[in-house]
Design a protein around this ligand. Sequence first.
Ligand SMILES: [Zn+2]
Length: 378
Amino acid sequence: MMPKPHGGKLVDRHIKRKPSEVADLPKFEINTNLAEDIENIAKGVFSPLEGFLCKNDLENVIKEKRLENGTPWTIPILLDFDKKEIKDLKEGDQILLTNTETGVHSILDIDEIYTFDKKTLAQSVYGTQDTNHPGVANVNNMKQFLLGGKITLLESKTREFDEYNLTPKETRFLFKEKGWKEIVAFQTRNPPHIGHEYVQKTALTFVDGIFINPIIGKKKKGDFTDNVILAAYETLMKYYYLKERAVMSILRTSMKYAGPREAIHHAIMRKNFGCTHFIIGRDHAGIGNYYGPYNAHMIFQEFPDLGITPVFFKSFFRCTKCDAVVNEKICPHEEKYHINFSGKKIRELLMNGEIPPENMMRKEVSETILKFDKPFVE
Ligand SMILES: [Zn+2]
């Protein structure tokens, strides 16, 4: 059965109002990551959060990986301001939060203004204080004060890929309409190679449908562009998936690279979309060597009450002896028979305008990617 939203109720704090109605409130321009947090709160992706965390919740998330009321929550959603910005603000005030890029216009009801310790936050969420870790660097760049309180989204503008941007309310409706009771979610930031396809199809064998949910947004140089990822999946689904078994929708949120903690966060978001299962691969949401390859599997033992079932996968590879795509749980043969699906190698070939071998990436998918003039972020 489709799970209840996290915390029991799907949050909906999107109330359409003309910004002119609230024009007299003090206005603050925020960055795009925060604007996307606001959209995710308002549309229920971050249910049960109704706003940015207050101090008690933050301390519980740091220490217990749960909100103050005991609900599992691992990634703090925070709004930071500096001293100058808050000098005329007090608890109980209302302010406007706006962002030009997303057109987000929203109201914050300030519940609490408080300070926090950056080292404690970085150490607990990322397991390190090394400033080379992009998440730690972000924490260090945060301003000194935090504002906690409920937000109300008034409007945001239409943007590229909106046709792929379903809200939890919409995905839940769609899954129900399709008659899906068990749905497995797959998160991605890359076009699919054969290894990804096998992970997805192996999981799909046991449920009713697959929800392919790429994270869209800020990328680093050399990454595939969002356009390419979506087009590559469209092609894969067209030629290699049953139409009634697969749905793709995007998720606009920043990657934190918080490894295990982020794996829980990713699972919670997919539960809110209505999924019963979530695929966790090797080093999920990891970066560099900060986390063990299967730490993001083990952390789920701490959350028997999560309400979505993790599906753990070891990497798939091709075995020439088995003459099949396998993983270490099902293939007994020596390494000399194994060919890994190297995302790096596939990318190198594509960068040179070459089609990767068909036993690495579907020909139709490679051709779709090569149709783009600039498939990579520059
Ligand atoms: Zn084998």
